[in-house]
Design a protein around this ligand. Structure first.
Ligand code: PHE
Length: 351
């Protein structure tokens, strides 16, 4: 009897130290003490050893211990219910949630994606390259050797005053990198940020975004260039009120121009989208707006990249995404694109 009493006391002490905190711990408690192979069952087995005259007292003792253990177990359950009961009344599940406003795409990104998707239809793939460039890819390979006056056309940011390293002034550098890979025919567009040391104003910025294009194959002609760009313009500036539902009301014209890396070279204008060609402030009363430079790739550029200029010809073009975006949305100040004014940016929400 004495043994049984001490045993039970020590088990009680042990049980008092148990504080299961999780459902898993509580279940382990149940298995350990109350389960079919648990402690309680094994002490019940001790009853056989108790002398007959003590059986009644021992039975009471064991019964008490059983109730003690069961109540302990139940108290853990109550504690858990109590904590979740507290949380529920404060919560109204029918209330609308806190709104998580969706961000909007930057207008430059919207137009860049649109330009890419138009050229994608013609089979042009996107190529990208580094913003920090070397002199060869940005200038020399493009037929602008040292001291070539055309280098002054683009006010270059040099890195640590090192004449070899610069921030690319156009994404033509990416075209050089692609041509050097030697896989022909080549049909790519190169979107990306470019840098020029200009004073920031409504019409100029020290960085802006370009999409340049390049097509090199056998028998590529200026006619291919014109048709490609005409297709681009009609798709880009399609307006629902156009006579045939595409941008065919937009006229294009080519003016002779000069770039060291193309020959012949041209600049392309489109009829002013604001006044329809009648003359306004945006087109400076001319009815035309310049949107890009283009031309047939200079044979020297092809040779600089290891391409046989007797076998292959190609055309290239380059445009500023900011200019196209300003025309598309009638935005009059370039600075709006980089000021991060939410009142401006939120207007493009629906697109
Ligand atoms: N690289 C020229 C620029 O940034 C644009 C251009 C590209 C012109 C290709 C002609 C042909 O000014």
């Amino acid at each position: 009897m004495e043994n049984l009493r001490t045993l039970i006391e020590s088990y009680k002490a042990e049980i008092n130290t148990e504080h299961p905190a999780t459902a898993v711990e509580k279940e382990s408690f149940r298995i350990k003490y109350l389960g079919t192979k648990g402690l309680l069952k094994s002490i019940m087995g001790e009853m056989k050893k108790v002398a007959v005259e003590n059986k009644k007292e021992a039975g009471q003792l064991l019964n008490e211990f059983k109730i003690f253990t069961e109540e302990k177990f139940a108290s853990f359950t109550i504690a858990e219910n109590a904590s979740s009961n507290n949380a529920v009344p404060d919560m109204d599940l029918s209330l609308p949630g806190t709104p998580a406003p969706l961000g909007t795409r930057h207008p430059i990104s919207i137009i860049k994606n649109k330009i890419i998707s138009i050229f994608y239809k013609l089979g042009f793939a996107v190529a990208e390259g580094p913003e920090i460039e070397d002199d060869f890819h940005n200038f020399s390979a493009l037929n602008m050797p040292d001291n070539h006056p055309a280098r002054d056309m683009q006010d270059t940011f040099y890195i640590n005053q090192n004449p070899d390293w610069l921030l690319r002034t156009h994404t033509s550098s990416v075209q050089i990198r692609e041509m050097q890979k030697g896989k022909l025919p080549l049909r790519i567009i190169c979107p990306g940020r470019v840098f020029r040391n200009e004073t920031i104003s409504a019409r100029a910025h020290c960085f802006f975004n370009q999409v340049e294009g390049l097509y090199i194959a056998e028998n590529v002609s200026f006619a291919d260039l014109k048709q490609t760009l005409y297709f681009f313009v009609t798709e880009m500036f399609a307006r629902p009120d156009d006579s045939v539902g595409r941008g065919t009301d937009v006229k294009v014209r080519f003016r002779p121009s000069y770039f060291p890396f193309t020959e012949p070279s041209a600049e392309m204008d489109i009829s002013c989208l604001i006044c329809g060609g009648e003359g306004c402030n945006v087109c400076k009363k001319t009815g035309w707006v310049e949107i890009l430079g283009c031309g047939m790739v200079h044979p020297k550029v092809l040779e600089n990249c290891g391409i046989d200029s007797n076998k292959y010809t190609g055309f290239a073009f380059g445009m500023g995404i900011e200019r196209i975006t300003m025309l598309s949305y009638q935005i009059k100040d370039l600075r709006l694109f980089s000021e991060n004014d939410l009142r401006f940016l939120k207007q493009f929400e629906s697109v």
